[in-house]
Ligand binder design. Structure first.
Ligand code: HEC
Ligand code: HEC
Length: 342
């Protein structure tokens, strides 16, 4: 951009009024004029030189520790992600032309910092997995590959089959896989396509992530100034109906609560609003299915990577223990507004 600004400025230099002075002085004017021209030319040369200096920044550093995945997964990553997220960037001719080239360069630089499949061994194995899960979520949200890139590089877009291949692979590499099979209650089923914005593995007690909560009704909000989070509690349609019917103790089977926590962030006017997503927790009512855990299925996913919380199914003891003081109100803290019948 600044280079265009410079070109606009040049005519300003060149339209200096012609010298109307006595001949004696004119040589001096000519001298300064020449000096200016000289400076402009010199400046342009300098910029050209700088532009040349800028180009080599997009070199491909050596591949130090490439991600090891089955060939079908590797093929998809190479095809859709490697141009930005690896040290094997291959540019099309139209990517090489400035200013497109500069945009591409900055994308690649940012992308390599965020995630680099050529330096994969720099991450600890749990981080590697979390990055892959997060990658899948960004694909499902149509954020990756970058939409402006997919527009010019349609071959990079992932097909539905590609996405299935990645999901299957992630299920396989999850450390929880064995424990999931061991606990009889859990079956990993395919998530519904169109409702999905986020995707994650089930928790150790076999509860699957429920992305739909984002469309549910907010029942209550709380904030905790001590740990700086903001929370919203959502209820599904059965919960909302139960509230309307004043039928909340016990809550009917099928009731689901979601409690979402964000970090508090203050904007420039000092207003507090929801910042970074922290976690989402669920309580799912089913007297029979969850008889062992007071009639509720408990689940929590943490961070934007949506990492299932809890090493094994015993994590629910923690939830139950803290919710126990509310036994008289079916283990639920939130007291929704009671709609009085007219
Ligand atoms: C045109 C370049 C480009 C392509 C192709 C691309 N990405 Fe990215 N990606 C970026 C950039 C730039 C960032 C950093 C900025 C951001 O997070 O949006 C990024 C960030 C990410 C992040 C990190 C997000 C975070 O919050 O730390 C993940 C995960 C990711 N990309 C996954 C993928 C996957 C998986 C693919 C292939 C299916 C892919 N990207 C293809 C440019 C690209
Ligand atoms: C340290 C105590 C504590 C622990 C441990 C705890 N909770 Fe809670 N939970 C609360 C409190 C207090 C509320 C009320 C809302 C608020 O103040 O944020 C709540 C509310 C909720 C709600 C909204 C419904 C309601 O009861 O109001 C859900 C869903 C929930 N918790 C899920 C879980 C899950 C799942 C776990 C275990 C992974 C868990 N909680 C562990 C204290 C706890």
């Amino acid at each position: 951009m600044w280079i265009f600004g410079l070109f606009q400025a040049i005519p300003g230099f060149l339209t200096i009024p012609p010298p109307t002075f006595a001949p004696v002085k004119s040589t001096r004017i000519m001298k300064t004029w020449n000096k200016r021209t000289f400076m402009i030319v010199g400046f342009l040369a300098l910029i050209l030189a700088l532009v040349q200096l800028y180009r080599p920044l997009l070199e491909n550093p050596p591949v130090t520790g490439e991600i090891e995945v089955p060939p079908d997964v590797a093929q998809i990553l190479r095809n859709s992600c490697y141009n930005c997220h690896s040290n094997e960037t291959k540019l099309k001719w139209f990517d090489e032309l400035a200013p497109a080239y500069w945009l591409v360069t900055s994308h690649v630089q940012q992308a390599r910092v965020a995630l680099n499949f050529s330096e994969w061994d720099k991450l600890a194995p749990p981080q590697q997995k979390a990055r892959l899960f997060w990658g899948l979520n960004r694909i499902l949200a149509n954020e990756m590959p970058l939409p402006e890139y997919s527009l010019l590089h349609p071959e990079a877009k992932l097909s539905g089959d590609d996405i299935e291949v990645i999901k299957k692979y992630l299920m396989k590499i999850s450390p929880r896989d064995t424990s999931v099979k061991a606990s009889s209650s859990s079956v990993v089923s395919k998530p519904k396509k169109d409702s999905i914005i986020s995707w994650s593995l089930p928790t150790a007690n076999g509860i699957e992530f429920i992305p739909d909560y984002q469309q549910w009704k907010a029942i209550s909000t709380t904030d905790r100034f001590d740990n700086g989070t903001m929370r919203v509690i959502y209820g599904n349609s059965i919960a909302v109906q139960a509230i309307a019917d004043n039928n909340t103790n016990p809550w009917p089977d099928g009731t689901v609560f979601a409690k979402v926590a964000w970090a508090q962030a203050a904007d420039s006017t000092g207003l507090i609003r929801a910042g970074e997503f922290k976690q989402v927790e669920f309580m799912i009512k089913d007297q029979k299915k969850y008889a062992d855990t007071e009639g509720w299925g408990w689940a929590r996913w943490r961070g934007k990577e949506l990492t299932p919380y809890g090493k094994d199914a015993l994590f629910t003891q923690e939830c139950v223990a803290c919710h126990k003081p509310r036994k008289e109100s079916d283990f639920v803290f939130t007291q929704p507004l009671v709609f009085k019948k007219p």
